[in-house]
Design a protein around this ligand. Structure first.
Ligand SMILES: Cc1cc2nc3c(=O)[nH]c(=O)nc-3n(C[C@H](O)[C@H](O)[C@H](O)COP(=O)(O)O)c2cc1C
Length: 390
């Protein structure tokens, strides 16, 4: 046993499931309502086929690119995900893994590690913000991120506080009190290796979110901050333009699914949009992002960078997304499974196998660079795409 290499993300997921307490694993599965969107994100990739070549294949394939001014060694970026008691090093393990593999890291404003430490581990850190509190609070958070050296800002606005999952939501404690520890003891004791990782550090994750306040202030709890977010007035397009202006640097609007929204984002002056449905955690019934990508990339891809995220589990998925117009993809659960299975090494393992899978797809398709990927490389079934808002 131990942290052996795994060969696919599906294997990493099985290991994470075996290794993590049930509620921690459940928090990573996430999804909302009936899980239609979370499922479609993954399954839509399977509907797309390839049209491979047999000879004249390139000896070397170029897969590096840039996203929001950062050179990355593969077109795969770590998507921001909220505080997770998956591993004691949490986001730091992910940041180190991404740095070792030459890529950028999205850091959630609901992360459990301070941005200063994460940027030190990976200077290619994009700080992600939700619209929590008023403009002054937002400006202070941006100032902290700027001072820490964040390379770009990601504004994520696709959240409607959906709750309830047909398969049941995990119990996540407000604080790791003695009572909670006793309540969760049976789960923890059935996962001794996970427990041991935390025991070595001498403390359990306290589920606080340090990046929502100035350094030195009392750390809000995850649920306290969530309540504040729920009570904040939803942002307008003017607020988006204000955010972009206040930040001043590279700026991504994450969560775009409609063409009219993509155009408004361009008008607001963004650097990039991520075609995203929050990994199926927002409005269940939103189509898979890979179905939405071609029309959005067609509408605004010549004006802003268009990464996508949702359902990417292998290198061939990345090839499909790039063939349909994405500049890069962002991954969520894929690296979370890696983190849950084997910490930093597991995240590196995931990035390594996605790189290998993408390279294999390029070889099979006869391309020497990801920039040559195009829709002709794919078998696209009739009616595959969805065009929203335009
Ligand atoms: C457990 C979990 C937590 C997430 N937390 C955040 C977050 O804090 N901020 C954010 O912008 N997106 C968040 N997301 C969405 C991801 O950034 C990304 O859009 C999504 O996971 C992509 O889908 P995939 O998991 O199928 O790769 C979260 C997703 C998951 C699964």
């Amino acid at each position: 046993m131990g942290n052996e290499w795994f060969e696919t993300v599906a294997v990493a997921q099985r290991r994470a499931r075996k290794r993590l307490p049930k509620s921690v694993y459940g928090a990573l599965v996430a999804g909302s309502e009936k899980g239609v969107t979370a499922r479609d994100n993954v399954e839509a990739f399977s509907e797309l086929g390839f049209a491979p070549r047999v000879a004249g294949l390139p000896t070397y394939r170029e897969i590096s690119t840039t996203v929001m001014g950062q050179e990355i060694s593969l077109p795969v970026v770590i998507s921001p995900t909220g505080v997770q008691a998956v591993h004691p090093d949490g986001e730091l393990a992910v940041a180190r893994a991404a740095a070792n593999r030459g890529t950028a890291m999205g850091l959630s404003s609901f992360a459990s590690k301070p941005i200063e430490d994460v940027v030190a581990a990976n200077p290619k850190t994009f700080f992600q913000m939700y619209w929590v509190g008023d403009r002054d609070a937002m400006a202070a958070r941006m100032e902290r991120a700027r001072k820490a050296g964040a390379a770009a800002l990601i504004a994520t606005l696709d959240w409607s506080f959906a709750f309830g999952r047909d398969w049941g939501s995990p119990h996540i404690p407000e604080r790791m009190t003695l009572r909670e520890m006793i309540r969760m003891a049976p789960e923890g004791l059935s996962r001794p290796r996970w427990l041991f990782e935390f025991a070595k550090t001498g403390r359990f994750s306290d589920l606080t979110v340090p990046n929502l306040v100035a350094p030195g202030e009392v750390l809000p709890t995850f649920f306290g901050a969530y309540g504040q977010w729920q009570g904040s007035a939803p942002p307008s397009w003017d607020d988006v333009a204000w955010l972009r202006e206040q930040w001043g640097g590279k700026f991504m609007l994450k969560g775009v699914t409609r063409i009219d929204d993509a155009k408004r984002a361009v008008d607001a002056g963004v650097t990039a949009i991520s075609v995203s449905n929050h990994g199926g955690n927002n409005l269940d019934g939103t189509p898979a992002t890979i179905r939405l990508l071609p029309d959005i990339a067609g509408a605004v891809g010549d004006q802003v960078e268009v990464p996508m995220d949702g359902g990417v589990r292998r290198g061939s998925d990345v090839a499909k997304a790039l063939a349909l117009g994405a500049r890069a993809v962002m991954i969520g659960r894929a690296y979370l499974w890696g983190l849950g299975a084997a910490g930093q090494a597991g995240v590196e393992n995931v990035l390594g196998l996605i790189r290998g899978g993408l390279d294999a797809a390029l070889l099979g398709l006869g391309h020497s660079s990801t920039s040559q990927l195009n829709p002709e490389d794919l078998v696209i079934p009739p009616g595959f795409t969805r065009r929203l808002g335009g």
